[in-house]
Design a protein around this ligand. Sequence first.
Ligand code: IPE
Ligand code: IPE
Ligand code: MG
Length: 242
Amino acid sequence: MHGLDETRIPRHVAIVMDGNGRWAKRRGLRRTEGHAAGEEALFDTVEGALEIGLRWMTVYAFSTENWRRPLDEVRFLMQFNERLLLRRRDDLHERGVRVRFIGRRGGRVPGRLRRQITDAEELTARNRRMTLTFAFNYGGRAELVDSVRAIARAARAGELDPEKVDERVIARHLYAPDMPDPDLLVRTSGEYRISNFLLWEVAYSELHFTDVLWPDFRREHLFEAIRDYQNRDRRFGGVDEQ
Ligand code: IPE
Ligand code: IPE
Ligand code: MG
């Protein structure tokens, strides 16, 4: 199957979907047309993920830093994500995909998009074939700040002893406490950085970088990344036995 070792499919793949603007520019199009073209890339990748039995996939759709972009682009992205959810949620639901969001829901996220997010989450909440998590208005540092705030509140309420705060307590207060850490982090468009994505969770993820721009990404590229992952030797700080 796709040259993949079926017994070693990663549990969780996280993807930084990058390069939409450059894809559009190369074609003489507006940046927003690059974002629009990213939809097909995402849903082909989701199909591929379902094909190989991937259980968790997380995609970076909008970062807490992306508010710095021109207002037109930000507006486009809000409306685009709202419509994308409306267009795709029934199909995702039929395929057994649970849709979830991580990130800050308040602030500048428009109410209409917030409602689409909640609707999609509620509709698909009981699906178990795959969890597709959108990181939206997401920042790894913001997530840690929010976790620390929740822990501090619990401590103030006397529900938690500050001396007992350990890695498990911090992880339990992240946006999706039941989400396993990504085994594999993929970033497209030839950029070699994390850009504030899942900072806590990627501590021991394998990293795969590709020059492919996100709108050109297809399931074969996901399989390629997983083949690369399957050739890695994960040691988690230990030594190999053999
Ligand atoms: C990624 O593509 C999508 C978002 C950040 C929303 P970019 O828009 O960052 O594309 P480039 O990096 O400018 O090519
Ligand atoms: C990361 O890409 C965020 C998303 C893909 C949503 P960016 O294009 O915003 O990251 P930088 O600015 O190149 O680090
Ligand atoms: Mg970019």
